[in-house]
Design a protein around this ligand. Structure first.
Ligand SMILES: NC(=O)c1ccc[n+]([C@@H]2O[C@H](COP(=O)([O-])OP(=O)(O)OC[C@H]3O[C@@H](n4cnc5c(N)ncnc54)[C@H](O)[C@@H]3O)[C@@H](O)[C@H]2O)c1
Length: 307
Protein backbone atom coordinates (compact mmCIF):
# COMPACT_ATOMS: atom_id res chain seq x y z
CA UNK A 1 0.00 0.00 0.00
CA UNK A 2 1.75 3.15 -1.18
CA UNK A 3 -0.52 6.20 -1.01
CA UNK A 4 -3.74 6.54 0.98
CA UNK A 5 -5.92 9.62 1.20
CA UNK A 6 -8.26 9.94 4.17
CA UNK A 7 -11.03 12.54 4.23
CA UNK A 8 -11.88 13.54 7.79
CA UNK A 9 -8.49 12.10 8.69
CA UNK A 10 -7.92 14.47 11.63
CA UNK A 11 -11.03 13.23 13.40
CA UNK A 12 -11.43 10.38 15.84
CA UNK A 13 -11.46 7.33 13.56
CA UNK A 14 -9.49 9.08 10.80
CA UNK A 15 -6.52 10.01 12.99
CA UNK A 16 -6.28 6.46 14.38
CA UNK A 17 -6.29 5.12 10.82
CA UNK A 18 -3.85 7.74 9.49
CA UNK A 19 -1.30 7.07 12.26
CA UNK A 20 -1.66 3.30 11.89
CA UNK A 21 -1.02 3.41 8.13
CA UNK A 22 1.82 5.90 8.55
CA UNK A 23 3.55 3.55 11.02
CA UNK A 24 3.34 0.81 8.37
CA UNK A 25 5.34 3.04 6.01
CA UNK A 26 2.39 4.24 3.90
CA UNK A 27 2.33 7.79 2.51
CA UNK A 28 -0.75 9.24 4.17
CA UNK A 29 -2.65 12.32 2.98
CA UNK A 30 -5.52 13.88 4.90
CA UNK A 31 -8.22 16.31 3.84
CA UNK A 32 -10.00 17.84 6.83
CA UNK A 33 -11.65 21.22 7.40
CA UNK A 34 -10.78 20.91 11.14
CA UNK A 35 -14.42 21.67 12.02
CA UNK A 36 -13.99 18.92 14.58
CA UNK A 37 -10.70 17.18 13.92
CA UNK A 38 -7.36 18.28 15.38
CA UNK A 39 -4.04 18.75 13.65
CA UNK A 40 -2.19 17.50 16.76
CA UNK A 41 -3.78 14.05 16.44
CA UNK A 42 -1.69 13.38 13.34
CA UNK A 43 1.91 12.18 13.38
CA UNK A 44 4.49 14.43 11.76
CA UNK A 45 4.99 13.28 8.19
CA UNK A 46 1.28 12.97 7.42
CA UNK A 47 0.30 15.64 4.92
CA UNK A 48 -2.80 17.58 5.93
CA UNK A 49 -4.80 19.72 3.48
CA UNK A 50 -7.14 21.95 5.44
CA UNK A 51 -10.22 22.41 3.31
CA UNK A 52 -13.85 21.44 2.89
CA UNK A 53 -14.25 18.15 1.07
CA UNK A 54 -16.80 19.78 -1.23
CA UNK A 55 -14.32 22.46 -2.37
CA UNK A 56 -12.40 22.59 -5.65
CA UNK A 57 -9.25 22.77 -3.55
CA UNK A 58 -10.03 19.31 -2.16
CA UNK A 59 -10.66 17.86 -5.61
CA UNK A 60 -7.47 19.42 -7.00
CA UNK A 61 -5.52 18.00 -4.07
CA UNK A 62 -6.84 14.49 -4.75
CA UNK A 63 -5.94 14.81 -8.44
CA UNK A 64 -2.45 16.00 -7.54
CA UNK A 65 -1.78 13.27 -4.96
CA UNK A 66 -3.38 10.47 -7.02
CA UNK A 67 -3.82 8.11 -4.05
CA UNK A 68 -4.27 4.40 -4.66
CA UNK A 69 -6.92 4.33 -1.94
CA UNK A 70 -9.47 6.82 -0.62
CA UNK A 71 -11.11 6.36 2.76
CA UNK A 72 -14.01 8.79 2.98
CA UNK A 73 -14.71 9.57 6.64
CA UNK A 74 -15.38 13.33 6.55
CA UNK A 75 -18.84 14.07 7.89
CA UNK A 76 -20.85 15.98 10.42
CA UNK A 77 -20.96 12.93 12.67
CA UNK A 78 -23.46 13.88 15.36
CA UNK A 79 -27.11 12.76 15.18
CA UNK A 80 -28.38 15.43 17.58
CA UNK A 81 -26.82 18.24 15.53
CA UNK A 82 -28.40 16.85 12.37
CA UNK A 83 -31.85 17.53 13.85
CA UNK A 84 -30.94 21.16 14.50
CA UNK A 85 -29.83 21.77 10.93
CA UNK A 86 -30.91 18.99 8.54
CA UNK A 87 -30.05 21.01 5.44
CA UNK A 88 -26.45 21.55 6.56
CA UNK A 89 -26.20 17.87 7.40
CA UNK A 90 -27.24 16.84 3.89
CA UNK A 91 -24.93 19.44 2.37
CA UNK A 92 -21.93 18.19 4.35
CA UNK A 93 -22.65 14.49 4.40
CA UNK A 94 -24.43 13.69 1.16
CA UNK A 95 -23.65 16.22 -1.58
CA UNK A 96 -19.83 15.74 -1.64
CA UNK A 97 -20.15 12.03 -2.47
CA UNK A 98 -20.93 12.80 -6.15
CA UNK A 99 -17.77 14.86 -6.70
CA UNK A 100 -15.47 12.63 -4.72
CA UNK A 101 -16.60 9.38 -6.38
CA UNK A 102 -16.18 11.00 -9.79
CA UNK A 103 -12.59 12.03 -9.05
CA UNK A 104 -11.89 8.64 -7.42
CA UNK A 105 -12.94 6.92 -10.64
CA UNK A 106 -10.90 9.33 -12.79
CA UNK A 107 -7.70 8.54 -10.89
CA UNK A 108 -8.65 4.84 -10.82
CA UNK A 109 -8.36 4.15 -7.11
CA UNK A 110 -7.94 0.52 -6.11
CA UNK A 111 -10.57 0.90 -3.40
CA UNK A 112 -12.94 3.57 -2.15
CA UNK A 113 -13.99 3.01 1.46
CA UNK A 114 -17.06 4.79 2.81
CA UNK A 115 -18.06 5.11 6.47
CA UNK A 116 -21.77 4.57 6.91
CA UNK A 117 -23.61 3.95 10.14
CA UNK A 118 -26.02 1.83 12.16
CA UNK A 119 -28.23 4.95 11.96
CA UNK A 120 -29.54 3.85 8.53
CA UNK A 121 -31.58 0.98 10.04
CA UNK A 122 -35.20 1.03 11.23
CA UNK A 123 -36.07 0.54 14.87
CA UNK A 124 -36.33 -3.22 15.40
CA UNK A 125 -36.54 -5.90 18.08
CA UNK A 126 -34.64 -8.22 15.79
CA UNK A 127 -31.17 -7.60 17.23
CA UNK A 128 -28.35 -8.03 16.21
CA UNK A 129 -29.31 -6.28 13.00
CA UNK A 130 -28.06 -7.83 9.77
CA UNK A 131 -27.48 -6.10 6.43
CA UNK A 132 -30.87 -7.18 5.03
CA UNK A 133 -32.72 -5.48 7.87
CA UNK A 134 -35.15 -2.68 6.96
CA UNK A 135 -33.51 0.68 6.18
CA UNK A 136 -35.47 3.53 7.77
CA UNK A 137 -33.22 6.14 9.36
CA UNK A 138 -34.52 7.83 12.50
CA UNK A 139 -32.44 11.02 12.05
CA UNK A 140 -31.40 13.40 9.25
CA UNK A 141 -27.85 12.09 9.84
CA UNK A 142 -29.03 8.54 9.09
CA UNK A 143 -30.83 9.79 5.96
CA UNK A 144 -27.64 11.47 4.72
CA UNK A 145 -25.68 8.24 5.23
CA UNK A 146 -28.28 6.10 3.48
CA UNK A 147 -28.50 8.53 0.53
CA UNK A 148 -24.70 8.43 0.25
CA UNK A 149 -24.80 4.63 0.24
CA UNK A 150 -27.30 4.64 -2.61
CA UNK A 151 -25.19 7.11 -4.57
CA UNK A 152 -22.03 5.09 -3.98
CA UNK A 153 -23.78 1.94 -5.11
CA UNK A 154 -24.76 3.79 -8.31
CA UNK A 155 -21.20 5.17 -8.77
CA UNK A 156 -19.77 1.68 -8.24
CA UNK A 157 -21.69 0.48 -11.27
CA UNK A 158 -21.63 3.64 -13.38
CA UNK A 159 -17.90 4.39 -13.00
CA UNK A 160 -16.86 0.82 -12.25
CA UNK A 161 -15.54 2.13 -8.93
CA UNK A 162 -14.34 -0.57 -6.51
CA UNK A 163 -15.99 0.47 -3.28
CA UNK A 164 -16.87 -0.86 0.11
CA UNK A 165 -19.37 0.65 2.53
CA UNK A 166 -18.73 -0.05 6.21
CA UNK A 167 -21.65 0.56 8.55
CA UNK A 168 -20.10 1.27 11.93
CA UNK A 169 -21.87 0.73 15.22
CA UNK A 170 -20.72 2.90 18.21
CA UNK A 171 -16.98 3.29 17.91
CA UNK A 172 -15.00 4.35 21.00
CA UNK A 173 -11.34 4.78 21.93
CA UNK A 174 -8.35 7.10 21.81
CA UNK A 175 -8.88 10.58 20.28
CA UNK A 176 -12.66 10.33 20.66
CA UNK A 177 -14.33 13.67 21.18
CA UNK A 178 -15.08 14.05 24.87
CA UNK A 179 -17.12 17.24 24.68
CA UNK A 180 -20.87 17.31 25.20
CA UNK A 181 -21.24 16.50 21.49
CA UNK A 182 -18.93 13.49 21.49
CA UNK A 183 -19.44 9.81 21.97
CA UNK A 184 -21.00 8.54 25.18
CA UNK A 185 -17.94 6.48 26.18
CA UNK A 186 -15.56 9.44 26.06
CA UNK A 187 -18.05 11.68 27.86
CA UNK A 188 -18.67 9.17 30.69
CA UNK A 189 -14.95 8.41 31.10
CA UNK A 190 -14.00 12.07 31.30
CA UNK A 191 -16.79 12.82 33.77
CA UNK A 192 -15.70 9.87 35.94
CA UNK A 193 -12.05 10.95 35.87
CA UNK A 194 -13.04 14.48 36.93
CA UNK A 195 -15.38 13.10 39.64
CA UNK A 196 -18.42 14.68 37.98
CA UNK A 197 -21.93 13.20 37.87
CA UNK A 198 -22.76 11.05 34.84
CA UNK A 199 -26.03 11.96 33.13
CA UNK A 200 -28.09 9.27 31.41
CA UNK A 201 -30.97 10.21 29.14
CA UNK A 202 -33.95 7.88 29.58
CA UNK A 203 -33.96 4.72 31.73
CA UNK A 204 -30.45 3.69 30.67
CA UNK A 205 -31.83 0.35 29.51
CA UNK A 206 -31.47 1.38 25.84
CA UNK A 207 -28.68 -0.65 24.23
CA UNK A 208 -25.83 0.14 21.87
CA UNK A 209 -23.03 -1.85 20.27
CA UNK A 210 -19.66 -0.52 21.42
CA UNK A 211 -16.66 -1.38 19.29
CA UNK A 212 -13.06 -0.42 19.99
CA UNK A 213 -11.46 1.87 17.40
CA UNK A 214 -8.40 -0.35 16.79
CA UNK A 215 -10.69 -3.24 15.81
CA UNK A 216 -12.36 -0.89 13.32
CA UNK A 217 -8.97 0.22 11.93
CA UNK A 218 -7.95 -3.41 11.52
CA UNK A 219 -11.09 -4.04 9.48
CA UNK A 220 -10.71 -0.92 7.32
CA UNK A 221 -7.14 -2.02 6.55
CA UNK A 222 -8.21 -5.55 5.68
CA UNK A 223 -11.06 -4.36 3.49
CA UNK A 224 -8.68 -2.07 1.56
CA UNK A 225 -6.42 -5.03 0.86
CA UNK A 226 -9.23 -7.29 -0.33
CA UNK A 227 -11.32 -7.53 -3.49
CA UNK A 228 -14.47 -7.32 -1.35
CA UNK A 229 -17.18 -4.89 -2.52
CA UNK A 230 -20.60 -3.90 -1.22
CA UNK A 231 -22.18 -3.03 2.13
CA UNK A 232 -21.10 -4.53 5.45
CA UNK A 233 -21.89 -4.03 9.12
CA UNK A 234 -19.00 -3.37 11.48
CA UNK A 235 -20.04 -4.22 15.02
CA UNK A 236 -19.60 -6.72 17.82
CA UNK A 237 -23.07 -8.33 17.43
CA UNK A 238 -23.48 -7.58 21.15
CA UNK A 239 -25.84 -5.19 22.94
CA UNK A 240 -24.71 -3.26 26.00
CA UNK A 241 -27.11 -1.08 27.94
CA UNK A 242 -26.09 2.45 28.87
CA UNK A 243 -26.51 1.48 32.55
CA UNK A 244 -24.06 -1.43 32.11
CA UNK A 245 -21.65 0.88 30.32
CA UNK A 246 -21.71 3.51 33.07
CA UNK A 247 -21.23 0.82 35.76
CA UNK A 248 -18.25 -0.61 33.88
CA UNK A 249 -16.69 2.83 33.52
CA UNK A 250 -17.16 3.61 37.21
CA UNK A 251 -15.56 0.27 38.08
CA UNK A 252 -12.61 0.81 35.73
CA UNK A 253 -11.98 4.37 36.92
CA UNK A 254 -12.54 3.27 40.52
CA UNK A 255 -15.18 5.94 41.19
CA UNK A 256 -18.31 5.81 43.29
CA UNK A 257 -20.37 8.52 41.64
CA UNK A 258 -24.08 8.91 41.46
CA UNK A 259 -25.77 8.73 38.11
CA UNK A 260 -28.36 11.34 37.21
CA UNK A 261 -31.27 10.36 34.94
CA UNK A 262 -32.86 12.89 32.60
CA UNK A 263 -35.78 12.80 30.16
CA UNK A 264 -35.07 10.77 27.05
CA UNK A 265 -34.05 12.73 23.97
CA UNK A 266 -36.27 12.25 20.95
CA UNK A 267 -33.83 10.39 18.81
CA UNK A 268 -32.02 7.10 18.77
CA UNK A 269 -33.47 3.62 18.77
CA UNK A 270 -34.21 1.53 21.89
CA UNK A 271 -32.01 -1.40 20.94
CA UNK A 272 -29.01 -1.61 18.71
CA UNK A 273 -26.27 -4.06 17.85
CA UNK A 274 -24.89 -4.85 14.41
CA UNK A 275 -24.39 -8.44 13.36
CA UNK A 276 -20.86 -9.07 12.10
CA UNK A 277 -21.65 -12.43 10.49
CA UNK A 278 -21.47 -11.19 6.89
CA UNK A 279 -18.05 -9.53 7.21
CA UNK A 280 -16.82 -12.57 9.18
CA UNK A 281 -17.85 -14.88 6.34
CA UNK A 282 -16.00 -12.75 3.76
CA UNK A 283 -12.92 -11.51 5.60
CA UNK A 284 -12.74 -13.81 8.58
CA UNK A 285 -12.83 -10.67 10.76
CA UNK A 286 -14.25 -10.35 14.24
CA UNK A 287 -13.42 -7.72 16.86
CA UNK A 288 -10.65 -8.92 19.19
CA UNK A 289 -10.85 -6.40 22.03
CA UNK A 290 -13.44 -6.98 24.74
CA UNK A 291 -15.47 -4.02 26.00
CA UNK A 292 -13.72 -4.11 29.38
CA UNK A 293 -10.24 -4.11 27.82
CA UNK A 294 -11.16 -1.38 25.33
CA UNK A 295 -12.62 0.79 28.09
CA UNK A 296 -9.48 0.32 30.19
CA UNK A 297 -7.28 1.40 27.27
CA UNK A 298 -9.52 4.40 26.58
CA UNK A 299 -9.64 5.42 30.25
CA UNK A 300 -5.83 5.28 30.43
CA UNK A 301 -5.62 7.51 27.37
CA UNK A 302 -7.94 10.12 28.89
CA UNK A 303 -6.22 9.93 32.29
CA UNK A 304 -2.84 10.73 30.70
CA UNK A 305 -4.35 13.46 28.54
CA UNK A 306 -6.13 15.19 31.39
CA UNK A 307 -3.23 14.94 33.86
N1 LIG B 1 -17.64 7.31 15.75
C1 LIG B 1 -18.69 6.51 15.52
O1 LIG B 1 -19.18 5.85 16.45
C2 LIG B 1 -19.28 6.39 14.15
C3 LIG B 1 -20.36 5.52 13.97
C4 LIG B 1 -20.91 5.39 12.70
C5 LIG B 1 -20.38 6.10 11.64
N2 LIG B 1 -19.34 6.96 11.85
C6 LIG B 1 -18.84 7.72 10.70
O2 LIG B 1 -17.43 7.54 10.61
C7 LIG B 1 -16.82 8.74 10.13
C8 LIG B 1 -15.76 9.19 11.10
O3 LIG B 1 -16.38 9.41 12.36
P1 LIG B 1 -15.62 10.02 13.60
O4 LIG B 1 -16.26 9.48 14.81
O5 LIG B 1 -14.16 9.90 13.42
O6 LIG B 1 -16.08 11.53 13.48
P2 LIG B 1 -15.25 12.89 13.70
O7 LIG B 1 -16.26 13.96 13.76
O8 LIG B 1 -14.27 12.74 14.80
O9 LIG B 1 -14.43 12.98 12.33
C9 LIG B 1 -14.95 13.56 11.16
C10 LIG B 1 -13.88 14.48 10.61
O10 LIG B 1 -14.37 15.06 9.41
C11 LIG B 1 -14.03 16.44 9.41
N3 LIG B 1 -15.01 17.08 8.54
C12 LIG B 1 -16.35 17.24 8.77
N4 LIG B 1 -16.93 17.82 7.71
C13 LIG B 1 -15.95 18.03 6.81
C14 LIG B 1 -15.94 18.59 5.50
N5 LIG B 1 -17.06 19.04 4.92
N6 LIG B 1 -14.77 18.65 4.84
C15 LIG B 1 -13.61 18.20 5.41
N7 LIG B 1 -13.58 17.65 6.63
C16 LIG B 1 -14.74 17.57 7.32
C17 LIG B 1 -14.07 16.87 10.85
O11 LIG B 1 -13.26 18.01 11.13
C18 LIG B 1 -13.53 15.63 11.56
O12 LIG B 1 -12.12 15.69 11.70
C19 LIG B 1 -17.96 9.74 9.95
O13 LIG B 1 -18.36 9.71 8.60
C20 LIG B 1 -19.04 9.21 10.84
O14 LIG B 1 -20.31 9.60 10.40
C21 LIG B 1 -18.78 7.12 13.08
Amino acid sequence: MDKVLITGGSGFIGSNLANYLYDLGTKVYVIDDLSKGKKEYLKKGIQLEVTDIASNKAIDFIKKVKPEFIVHLAAQSNQEISFKNPKADLEKNFFPIAKITEVASQIKVKKFVFSSSAAIYAETENVPIDELSKKEPTSPYGVSKLCSEYYLNFAGKHYNLPYITLRFSNVYGENQDSTAEGGVVAIFILKAIKGEKITIFGSGEQTRDFIYVKDVIDLIYRSMNSQLKGEFNVGTSRETSINTLSNLILKITNKKLSVQYEKNRNFGVKRNALSNQKIYRHLNWKPKISLETGLNLTANFFKVRSS
